[in-house]
Design a protein around this ligand. Sequence first.
Ligand SMILES: Nc1ncnc2c1ncn2[C@@H]1O[C@H](COP(=O)(O)OP(=O)(O)OP(=O)(O)O)[C@@H](O)[C@H]1O
Ligand SMILES: [Mg+2]
Length: 327
Amino acid sequence: MNAREECVLQIQNLQVSVGSAAASTAVVRGLSYQLSKGKVLAVVGESGCGKTIHALSVLRILPPGAHITGGQILYHGKDILTLPAEELRQLRGQKIAMIFQDPMTSLNPIRTIGKQLTETILAHKKCSKLRAQATAIRLLKKVGIADARRRMKEYPFQFSGGQRQRIMIAMALCLKPDILIADEPTTALDVTIQAQILKLIKQLQTQSNMAAVFITHNLALVAEVADEVLVLYGGYCMEQAAAAELFKHPLHPYTQGLLASLVHLSGPKPTHLCAIEGYPPAPGMPKEGCPFAPRCPKATDKCHAQLPPLFTEGAHAVRCWLREESK
Ligand SMILES: Nc1ncnc2c1ncn2[C@@H]1O[C@H](COP(=O)(O)OP(=O)(O)OP(=O)(O)O)[C@@H](O)[C@H]1O
Ligand SMILES: [Mg+2]
């Protein structure tokens, strides 16, 4: 981040655990990043690495059993973790909006889309019902729902998966948030629709100069939309860099593995896919050493014994002992 950029969200050493006090397991382990106005940060990693839990922490909507055990989450310099309930309510939706993976879990199946959108607007803004309805129609048009006025009277099941995700985007944007957190908003959709939805989010984000955190397990998806990429593994940040730099010079063997496993649609047909051998670790495992060491083709004894710190080279950070040796 350069000095002139306005920092809207800063996470410092965030620690989140799941389970009871007697048997708790760390699932986010010392995560830190800064997000500037108008920028898109992609948080990438395989299933179970803590992507969703970290996002839910920002809005303080963690599921039962999960709790923040340390760190700070600063929104414009104010710690979200110590905000009183009323300020927190205003923050959610109004300042920071979130789009979830499956729109059906966020939309009420027995209320029309028009009612749900209008109610969301009225819950946060002092305006007439007519005005809220007009805003809802305008937003539906903006996210590409044709015949928006008529479709306001329809129920979620009357829309396709892609359309429902568009409605969720409209819902998230209706209060003009500063920050949009999109948690795998396209995984339930087919590839063409995924690209459309992503393009839509990027377009709306650019138009309103919003900051966005884009969560995905698919590095290929973020190549065109992200300014910065953070690679999570076993709850740790393994690598973080400007997107162009990360795609050009991935330093961590895990990031290299993720990139090698991508199918390039425009390139020659691969003879085989280089999937990363093995599985991500169970929460809190391994107890010592680098969490990626058991799957890492370059791991040494030190990697199995000691957790590497984040080594930084300019704006490029990487958690790997190999970087120490290469210096
Ligand atoms: N309510 C919960 N209770 C106990 N453990 C949980 C709970 N929610 C998540 N976890 C654990 O926390 C870890 C991180 O989960 P999280 O949902 O953040 O993963 P993710 O990176 O979003 O994965 P995915 O790509 O599958 O969505 C996982 O190991 C998961 O099993
Ligand atoms: Mg998730």
